[in-house]
Design a binder for this molecule. Structure first.
Ligand SMILES: C[S@@+](CC[C@H](N)C(=O)[O-])C[C@H]1O[C@@H](n2cnc3c(N)ncnc32)[C@H](O)[C@@H]1O
Length: 303
């Protein structure tokens, strides 16, 4: 099974079992369309491809153009990408004991990436290189869309995971890849369709926010726009599952999502996420998994 080829904030690898249990069993045996409007690192996408062999049409989307360019290059130009990554890996590993030279190499590749004037394959290779070598392996840009994460301290990090990249290349062959706002995915829905929404989470507090996947913020107005989109899909008879932060878990008076999705099925699940550097404050956080009425109908037919 292919795994996410980049580390991405909010990655769903630890919630795959919960999400899998939420998908009606009947989807195992019928042809359907799967649409993921906020694909990010793709943990759910690769899980679906592996576990739902009857999946007929798969559509992914993300607003981040650098991420989507990388998906396209992995799908269409894998051999050249692997060659470039191997070269970057070789050069970077040779500098392992030369801290200044290593730093210089990292920051010059970061500048090159931020100019965004290289060919798509080189841009994709730089994107993966930076993700593998930067601090904490996370993607973050400023308002000018410049990737601004400093160098990380990994010892000889693997930069070219050829086996996984080839598995991702194979998995992506039947995937339609889009780069835009989540609402644009509607025109790709047909027949029986299942959407999985994993938007940037609403921050639990003003300081805990991680929302810098792209230069555009995803704010409360976008969360409301998304809930309206979900209502529209429901009235069209499409199924959906949506994840978000459980703001009520943090503040019992905060009914933001309970109000927005009051007509749907809201489940609270434990997310094992060590987001706090202080182990005493890590605790067990709950997250929301919300499903819609069309979805509930499919479930009851399946039973
Ligand atoms: C929480 S992440 C998704 C995590 C992903 N499921 C994973 O496993 O890695 C949210 C994604 O939404 C994207 N995004 C932000 N605003 C968007 C919008 N208006 N339309 C589509 N995608 C958007 C971000 O670029 C980011 O990749």
């Amino acid at each position: 099974m292919a795994k996410p080829f980049v580390k991405w904030a909010g990655g769903k690898s630890q919630l795959l079992d919960e999400i899998g249990k939420t998908i009606p069993a009947c989807f195992k045996y019928k042809k359907f369309t799967f649409i993921e409007p906020f694909v990010g690192g793709g943990a759910v996408l690769f899980y679906m491809i592996e576990n739902y062999p009857e999946l007929e049409k798969i559509v992914i989307n993300d607003i981040n153009s650098d991420l989507i360019n990388t998906y396209n290059v992995i799908k269409n130009n894998i051999n050249e990408l692997i060659l470039v990554l191997k070269e970057l890996e070789k050069e970077y590993h040779l500098l392992e004991d030369k801290l200044d030279a290593k730093k210089h190499f990292y920051y010059s590749k970061r500048d090159e990436f931020n100019m965004r004037s290289s060919k798509p394959t080189m841009q994709a290779a730089l994107f993966i290189f930076l993700n593998r070598t930067c601090f904490n392996g996370l993607y973050r840009v400023n308002r000018k869309n410049e990737f601004n994460v400093p160098i990380g301290s990994y010892k000889k990090p693997m930069i070219c995971d050829e086996e996984n990249l080839r598995a991702a290349n194979k998995a992506l062959q039947k995937v339609i890849i889009l780069n835009g706002d989540f609402e644009e995915t509607l025109k790709y829905a047909e027949g029986e369709a299942l959407f999985y929404f994993d938007p940037p989470y609403k921050p639990l507090s003003k300081t805990s926010s991680f929302n810098s996947y792209s230069k555009e913020e995803f704010d409360d107005a976008d969360q409301i726009r998304l809930s309206n989109f979900c209502k529209k899909l429901d009235s069209l008879g499409y199924c959906w599952i949506l994840s978000n932060s459980d703001v009520k878990g943090q503040n019992p008076n905060d009914n933001f999502f309970d109000d927005l999705y009051s007509e749907f099925n809201i489940k609270r699940v434990f997310a094992r996420r060590n987001i706090n550097a202080n182990p005493n404050k890590r605790g067990e956080l709950t997250e929301l998994l919300i499903t819609n009425n069309a979805y509930e109908k499919t479930m009851s037919i399946a039973k």
